[in-house]
Design a protein around this ligand. Structure first.
Ligand SMILES: C[S@@+](CC[C@H](N)C(=O)[O-])C[C@H]1O[C@@H](n2cnc3c(N)ncnc32)[C@H](O)[C@@H]1O
Ligand code: SF4
Length: 409
C-alpha cells in the first residue's frame, strides 16, 4: 500500500488550477457533477452531505439553482485561465441529497447552464438521482424535455419491514409507477438497492431483487449497507437496539444478486453495478473510476482535473456566502504524485470488468497475478489476454485482491 500521502495545498480563492492539471487533458473526457444537498428527512443510515429544512441555517432551497449556475460560470473562467482545452461535457450527473426536491425547472435551468457554458456532447448522458416519492409523471416529462436522459431511483428494498429499518419514507408500491412514468417520458432507468440491512433475510432480498428485475430497469446498483460513523444507525447498533450487519450473510446476498441479475440479462461491469448491455453502463460513474476529469458543483462537491483534486465547503450556507462574494467555494485541494495516482488506478480499475491492464502493474503486482488465479480470485483466460478480471469470488474479496496487486515484493 502507498506510504506517500497526497500533497495538500490550500485552495486559492480565485480557484485557479496548477499547470499540471492540463497535462494530457485532451485525452480525458469532461464530466459535470451537480450536488443538490437537500432531503425531506434524513435516512438513519445515510451520512451524505445533505440537509433537511431545519438544518439549512438560513440558506434557502429556492436560491440554490442560481448559486449553482453562478459556480458553473466561475468554473468556466477557471478552466479558461488555467489553460485547459475546451471540452463539451460528455456526462452530467445530478446527485444528492435528493435533486428532485427542487422544482424540475431548477434542474433544467442548471443543465441549461452547463449546456450553454461547456456544451453537451451529442450523445451526452444526463442523469438525476431521485427518491421514488419525490417525482410524478409531469415532473419526469419536464426533465426529459429539458435534456435529461436517465433517472436513478433510490428503491433500496421492496420489503416494508426492511424499508422501515432503513427509515425510508417511500411506499414500495410507488416504484413500478415511477419507473413506468420515466419510461413513458423516454428516460433510461436505474434502480439503487441496498442489501444486508439488519433483519433482512435472504428471502427478503430475493423478493427485492425479483421486484427490481420485474420493472426491467436498464441498470441496477446494489450496495451492501455500510454503517457510517455518526449516523443514527451506528448509534442504534452501538446501543444494541439493532443488530450489526453480518458479513457472511452479505456475501451470500451479493452472490444471490449476481445470480438473479445475470439470469435476467444484467452483466456486472463494476463490483456493485450491473447493466443490460454495454450501452446502459453509467458512463458518468465509469469516468470517475477511469480517472477522467470532472467538475463538481455545489456544497461539498469534489472535483478532479488531471491528478488535482479539490472539494467545496460543505454547508449550503457557507457555499452561498462564497458564491455571493464572487469567490471560489473550494475548501481544500491536493495534487496527487505519480505513485499515488498509480495506486488509485489499481484500486479503482480492479473493480471494473476487464478494467485493469496487467502491464500497468509494478513488477511485484504482476508476480502476484499467478497466485490470485490459483486462489480463484482472478480469471486466468483474461489474464492471458493481459487484463485483470475478477471472478465472483474475487468480487467478494476485491479489497484483498487490490492489496495483493499493490504489495511490495
Ligand atoms: C443520494 S442517494 C439517491 C437519491 C435519493 N436521495 C434516495 O435515497 O432515494 C444515493 C444512494 O446512496 C445510498 N446510500 C446512502 N448511504 C448508504 C450506506 N450507508 N450504505 C449503502 N448505501 C447507501 C442510498 O441508499 C441511495 O440509493
Ligand atoms: S439515502 Fe437519499 S433520501 Fe436518504 S438521507 Fe441519504 S440522500 Fe437523503
Amino acid at each position: 500500500m502507498p506510504s506517500a500521502l497526497p500533497l495538500a495545498d490550500p485552495a486559492p480563492l480565485d480557484g485557479l488550477l496548477p499547470a499540471s492539471a492540463t497535462d494530457d487533458a485532451d485525452s480525458r473526457r469532461l464530466g459535470v457533477y451537480l450536488h443538490v444537498p437537500f432531503c425531506r428527512v434524513r435516512c438513519g443510515y445515510c451520512d451524505f452531505n445533505t440537509y433537511t429544512a431545519e438544518e439549512l441555517r438560513g440558506s434557502k432551497r429556492s436560491d440554490y439553482a442560481g448559486q449553482a449556475i453562478t459556480e458553473v460560470g466561475l468554473a468556466q473562467r477557471v478552466l479558461e485561465h488555467s489553460g485547459l482545452p475546451e471540452r463539451a461535457a460528455s456526462t452530467v450527473f445530478f446527485g444528492g441529497g435528493t435533486p428532485t426536491m427542487l422544482p424540475s425547472s431548477d434542474l433544467v435551468a442548471m443543465l441549461a447552464a452547463v449546456r450553454s457554458t461547456w456544451g453537451l456532447a451529442p450523445d451526452a448522458e444526463v442523469t438525476t438521482e431521485a427518491n421514488p416519492d419525490s417525482v410524478d409523471a409531469d415532473y419526469l416529462r419536464r426533465l426529459a424535455d429539458g435534456g435529461f436522459t436517465r433517472v436513478s431511483f433510490g428503491m433500496q428494498s421492496a420489503v416494508p419491514r426492511v424499508l422501515a429499518t432503513l427509515e425510508r419514507t417511500h411506499d414500495p408500491e410507488r416504484v413500478p409507477l415511477v419507473v413506468q412514468w420515466a419510461r413513458e417520458a423516454g428516460l433510461g432507468v436505474s434502480l439503487d438497492l441496498i442489501y444486508g440491512t439488519p433483519g433482512e433475510s435472504i428471502d427478503d432480498w430475493r423478493v427485492s431483487l425479483e421486484h427490481a428485475i420485474a420493472q426491467e430497469p436498464d441498470h441496477v446498483s446494489a450496495y451492501s449497507l455500510i454503517v457510517e460513523d455518526g449516523t443514527k444507525l451506528a448509534r442504534q447498533i452501538r446501543r444494541g437496539d439493532v443488530a450489526q450487519p453480518d458479513e457472511d450473510l452479505q456475501a451470500d446476498l451479493y452472490e444471490l444478486a449476481d445470480s438473479l441479475l445475470a439470469s435476467a440479462g444484467y452483466e456486472w461491469y463494476e463490483v456493485s453495478n450491473w447493466a443490460r448491455g454495454n450501452e446502459h453502463r453509467s458512463r458518468h460513474n465509469l469516468a470517475y473510476w477511469q480517472g477522467h476529469d470532472w467538475w463538481g458543483i455545489g456544497p461539498g462537491a469534489h472535483s478532479h482535473m488531471g491528478g488535482v483534486r479539490w472539494w467545496n465547503v460543505k454547508h449550503p450556507a457557507a457555499y452561498a456566502e462564497r458564491i455571493l462574494s464572487g469567490l471560489s467555494p473550494a475548501a481544500g485541494r491536493e495534487t496527487l504524485d505519480d505513485a499515488t495516482r498509480g495506486v488509485e488506478r489499481v484500486l479503482l480499475l480492479t473493480r471494473i470488468r476487464d478494467g485493469l491492464a496487467i502491464g500497468e502493474l509494478e513488477p511485484s503486482g504482476r508476480t502476484a497475478v499467478a497466485g490470485l488465479i490459483a486462489d480463484g480470485l482472478v480469471d486466468g483466460a483474461a489474464a492471458v489476454r493481459g487484463r485483470i478480471l475478477l471472478t465472483l469470488h474475487g468480487r467478494l474479496l476485491a479489497d484483498a485482491v487490490v492489496r495483493r496487486l499493490l504489495a511490495d515484493g
